[in-house]
Design a protein around this ligand. Structure first.
Ligand code: FEO
Length: 404
């Protein structure tokens, strides 16, 4: 896609990755974009580069506006390879440019590239860069989501270049939120925001809340949020800011997700009356079978629901492997403000449901105990108990949801 002017003399010069479906293990059914931005001012300034393999695309976009040799400043907000992976190719064109970067960013970049001939300026929160008519203000955002991360605020244009934050993995021909929702629904965009937050930013919710409050205290007016992935928030930057604040505070849907796997369909058979029990308590419920669903989709659905029930058969006295994998992955994301429970079938010796509860407790999640287990195959009496288990869990979810 060609360069797009997002504000007078500020251009999107990034690349659309229509084809990527596996983003370091995170499934991206809609592809993604690597956004970077060019400010044409007395000092021409490039904000971020793009993933390795897309250097020619961004160079071509830059060339459609100016001669790249005119770039005197390169701001690197984040060194992860999807953004900084092509910096060596860019620096071949602009060897004398100054790279503005955090201290941790510089240290990380030194590990990925031979930076010995490059000029750096280490920046911290509040440091500025005057490009002529504009002043750029840097805001360090360590652990949002890497130690090096920062954002750049373009004061005169009221644009926040927000790096990964507020982004979405969504390849689209539209660059702006208002363009996107003329063809696609706003809820699709919101879903992409939640998907990104759940899979990338869930562990950092407390930091997100305090960083947004810090930005608000700095008194920056924000007309536009331009992330490094997906759609630019031109019409409604406050919408995504508020979504982030809500998610960081633990707001979610009053809903339950059942995430399960099954060997000979016994655990699956248990899930069905549980679903009915939850629904009969007036709570929406979704069912995700792990081996039929990408991990990142299961994580997103977990994040969108107040309650989660894990269904796992016992295999060799422990959890079914796909369920164990899911819970280990989830623990790394440090989930909070959710209530969980477990159910499952076993043959001659249980163990999986107990292990699932141990995992919930390691994560610090609220739980409804005990879980429910059946031997081999649920009888009609077992199915009745599963239905009651579902109803009971739904009641607990309602009660817990009331705290938020
Ligand atoms: Fe999109 Fe943290 O890289």
């Amino acid at each position: 896609m060609k360069a797009v002017e997002i504000k007078p003399d500020i251009y999107w010069v990034g690349a659309i990755d229509w084809a990527v479906r596996d983003f370091h293990g995170y499934v991206t059914p809609n592809g993604t974009t690597y956004n970077n931005y060019l400010i044409v001012d007395e000092q021409v300034t490039l904000l971020d580069v793009v993933k390795h393999g897309f250097a020619e695309t961004t160079i071509s976009n830059i060339k459609s506006i100016i001669d790249p040799s005119k770039i005197v400043n390169l701001v690197i907000n984040h060194i992860e390879p999807d953004h900084a992976g092509s910096i060596d190719k860019i620096m071949e064109l602009i060897p004398d440019t100054t790279i503005h970067i955090t201290e941790k960013g510089k240290k990380g970049l030194d590990r990925y590239f031979d930076t010995s001939g490059w000029k750096f300026r280490i920046v911290r929160t509040g440091d500025t860069l005057n490009t002529g008519k504009r002043n750029l203000v840097f805001i360090e955002t360590p652990m949002l989501h890497w130690p090096d991360s920062m954002m750049t605020y373009i004061k005169e244009d009221k644009v926040l270049i927000s790096q990964d934050a507020f982004g979405q993995h969504y390849a689209s021909a539209s660059r702006f939120d208002d363009d996107f929702i003329t063809c696609f629904s706003g809820s699709e965009l919101e879903d992409a925001v939640k998907d990104y937050y759940a899979n990338i930013l869930m562990p950092f919710s407390a930091l997100i809340k305090s960083k947004i409050e810090e930005i608000q205290k700095l008194g920056f007016q924000i007309d536009m949020i331009a992330p490094d992935h997906g759609i630019i928030w031109r019409k409604s930057p406050s919408k995504v800011l508020n979504m982030y604040l809500d998610m960081a505070k633990g707001k979610t849907d009053l809903a339950v997700v059942i995430i399960y796997d099954t060997m000979w369909n016994s655990t699956e058979q248990m899930a069905l009356p549980i679903v009915q029990g939850i629904k009969d308590e007036g709570i929406e419920v979704k069912v995700i079978k792990l081996r039929a669903t990408p991990m990142s989709v299961a994580i997103k659905e977990f994040w969108k629901s107040r309650g989660c029930l894990i269904g796992t058969p016992t295999l060799n006295n422990i959890m079914f492997p796909s369920v164990a994998e899911f819970l280990t992955h989830l623990r790394g994301l440090r989930p909070k403000n959710r209530i969980a429970g477990a159910f499952g079938s076993y043959g001659w010796g249980g163990g999986a449901v107990k292990e699932a509860y141990e995992e919930f407790k390691r994560m610090g999640l609220e739980v409804m105990e005990p879980g429910i287990q059946v031997v081999y195959r649920a009888s009609s009496e077992d199915e009745r108990k599963c239905y009651e288990f579902g109803r009971e869990f739904a009641k607990k979810v309602k009660e817990y949801h009331g705290r938020f």
